[in-house]
Design a binder for this molecule. Sequence first.
Ligand code: NAP
Ligand code: COA
Length: 257
Amino acid sequence: MSAFRSDLFEGKVALVTGGGSGIGRGIVAALVEHGATVAIMGRNAERLEATAAELGSRCVPLAGDVRDADAVTALVEGLVARCGRLDVLVNGAAGNFLAPAATLSSKGFRTVLEIDTVGTYNVSRAAFLASMREAGGAIVNISATLHYGGTPMQVHAASAKAAIDAMTRTLAVEWGPAGIRVNAVAPGPIEDTEGLSRLLPEGMRAAMERSIPLRRFGRIPEIADAVLFLASDAASLVTGAVLVADGGAWLAGPALM
Ligand code: NAP
Ligand code: COA
């Protein structure tokens, strides 16, 4: 049972990038469950349609690549034309893999920066121009904790997420006067996700869980709850914040995710 009122997002329109899978999908399910109409953006149209079919008629697939600024603008403008406005944007789209800095190609580094950082910028700007500059709104960026320390094999993702944190604070200041709050959630390792399966080194699972103060990895609905809080009126004075949801993992040891 949810900790939030079931009509928390009644009548609200949301867009979740990366909403077709993993943590993003969990955020979409929670927003739909609490009354929102939610568009989901990703490259894989088939997976988006399957997710939308599972989550019901208030979930709308919008296939597109967050790196393509013109396509993003057209999709966001189309959404606003159909739904009247955009109240909540969650930037969850990301790409990652383990790679040593010495052998990661320039294209590999740039690809992750383009998906995570430029993608977050493209969609945020499109949301601002199409709706939020007039009507206000809430943006929640999905960050990480791997850049709080130094995480080997993650120079691309750490750089991308550090830039997202900087963007979160900058846009909170620049767009605050328009009634837009910009915050981020930084998950630690989360069970049953593509991120965890790509990044958890072979044989390290038990040791990693033992190193976390709450002695476990997080669960997708726990990240969704953190996003619901920041997107809702319960956080009406909160902007420019990065809410870490990791069971205390990064405080206690090397930030592995
Ligand atoms: P995931 O299921 O692979 O989610 C990533 C999503 O991004 C996918 O739905 C993917 O859809 C979409 N995406 C990738 N490139 C895109 C592009 N160019 N344009 C549009 N959409 C794109 O992985 P996840 O583990 O749930 O991660 C979700 C978020 O949480 C990410 O921001 C990640 O960095 C963050 N995070 C995860 C963990 C963890 O433990 N899993 C920890 C810290 C932070 P398509 O393939 O259809 O494009
Ligand atoms: N190690 C080193 N470099 C890698 C790599 C790996 N495991 N995977 C991809 N790259 C490099 C590629 O080599 C390529 O550059 P190069 O071949 O010129 O050297 C560059 O990244 C682009 O790869 P490509 O597959 O063409 O990019 P894409 O846009 O199709 O896919 C990725 C982006 C690589 C991030 C892909 O893994 C993806 O789509 N991920 C989404 C899901 C995800 O990562 N989820 C976890 C989120 S935490």
